[in-house]
Ligand binder design. Structure first.
Ligand SMILES: *Cc1c(COP(=O)(O)O)cnc(C)c1O
Length: 376
């Protein structure tokens, strides 16, 4: 990178993503497909480079959240199948079809709209039916009293002209959380999913080539739920493997630099709101990173970042473009020194815990001002 640009950057290791991909692959039953979730710019890692890597590595499918994300991949040369997990306005049906993009169908009314659009064009749209088995988000209702009506609606959707029902899927609410109650809930969701699919076969002669439900949590904790394809996101980027079962590696290092250092007398307040006051003579460094780069302001005064030879506590409110750290006990850190916000030396969980959030949110929050630097 140009030295003048050396402010704040995110180092991405595609090699680590590949190694995570291989580690997850190795746990899958024979013939099980691998869908890599690359929505939200591949959780901040860069959708195109990550997808290129997955395509070369032999992944079977990609998933994004919307048409813009899918088109970015197609325009960048990605030819493998792509599934849109969210909604696409039916007026874009032709774009979907012409770019070989599969669309999630979450209710009969939408299926009818896509079907009408595709039929008018004399073309066919590949669809994946989404069932709501307990996440209460997108999907055909199918639990309890909705079971029969759900069956009827999915059968009708799949019989519509202009639609190829390639897949069916559902999403788990607590597959990544420990405890008996969570396990029971996940098993109930899975049971409902599989029996519903069985009934679609029995009652409607509707069959699917790809049945999938396993997000990262289920891929890790419930290998018996892999079915025809797994659908991990977080695991691919090296997190969520709480017990270190797979030996996954984090793939992003968020790095910044020390802009300036000053020595303050005891009793000096630091930053907006005067929320930190020095209690001795302190050596305070200013970092070239703030909440506009994705550093959560709510973690102000609560984290430490990795520097050469140790950890420097963050002091005072995090500003838009800067924040301060205490370098009193770290004389080796100087102006221009690199500081790792999170990465191999400082776990992202230290920061996400301090911010009361999850690694997902921190990864996605790394803003577009932060250049991604690909190491390998
Ligand atoms: C985001 C998403 C995933 C991936 O979730 P992870 O927890 O990152 O594995 C899988 N399926 C759906 C429908 C999603 O929205």
């Amino acid at each position: 990178m140009d030295d003048l640009q050396k402010r704040t950057w995110a180092e991405i290791s595609l090699k680590n993503i590949k190694s995570n991909y291989d580690a997850i692959r190795a746990t899958l039953p024979h013939g099980c497909r691998f869908l890599g979730v690359v929505k939200a710019d591949a959780y901040g890692h860069g959708a195109l480079p990550v997808s290129m890597m997955l395509q070369e590595a032999g992944a079977d499918y990609l998933a994004v959240s919307c048409l813009d994300e899918a088109m970015e991949l197609r325009q960048g040369g990605i030819t493998m199948p792509i599934l849109i997990l969210g909604h696409t306005p039916p007026k874009y049906t032709e774009t979907l079809i012409d770019n070989n993009i599969s669309q999630t169908i979450s209710c009969l009314a939408k299926a009818e709209e896509y079907s009408a659009a595709a039929s008018k064009l004399g073309k066919e749209l590949k669809i994946h039916i989404k069932l709501d088995t307990g996440m209460s988000r997108l999907g055909f209702l199918c639990s309890g009293d909705h079971y029969e009506e759900g069956l009827k609606n999915v059968i009708s959707a799949c019989r519509l002209p202009g639609l190829i029902h390639e897949g069916i899927y559902t999403h788990f609410a607590v597959s990544d959380e420990e405890g008996e109650e969570n396990e029971e809930y996940t098993r109930e969701q899975f049971k409902l999913f599989t029996s519903f699919i069985e009934d679609l076969g029995k009652k409607g002669d509707i069959h699917f080539e790809i049945r999938h439900c396993a997000n990262s949590g289920a891929t890790l904790n419930y290998p018996e739920m892999a079915l025809d394809m797994v659908r991990p996101g977080l695991l691919l980027y090296g997190y969520g493997d709480s017990k270190g079962k797979l030996g996954l590696k984090p793939c992003m290092r968020l790095v910044t630099t020390v802009s300036t250092i000053k020595i303050y007398e005891p009793g000096t307040s630091v930053s907006y709101g005067r929320r930190y006051v020095t209690d001795k003579k302190e050596r305070i460094g200013v970092l070239a990173i703030g909440y506009a780069d994705g550093l959560p302001r709510i973690s102000s005064n609560k984290c430490s970042y990795a520097v050469s030879g140790g950890f420097a506590p963050q002091r005072g409110s995090i500003c838009m473009d800067m924040c301060m750290i205490d370098l009193s006990d770290l004389p080796q850190v100087d102006v221009g020194s690199e500081v790792e916000i999170f990465g191999e030396n400082n776990s992202i969980y230290n920061i996400s815990d301090a911010a009361g959030t999850i690694p997902y949110e921190l990864l996605c929050a790394v803003s577009k001002r932060v250049p991604r630097v690909y190491k390998d």
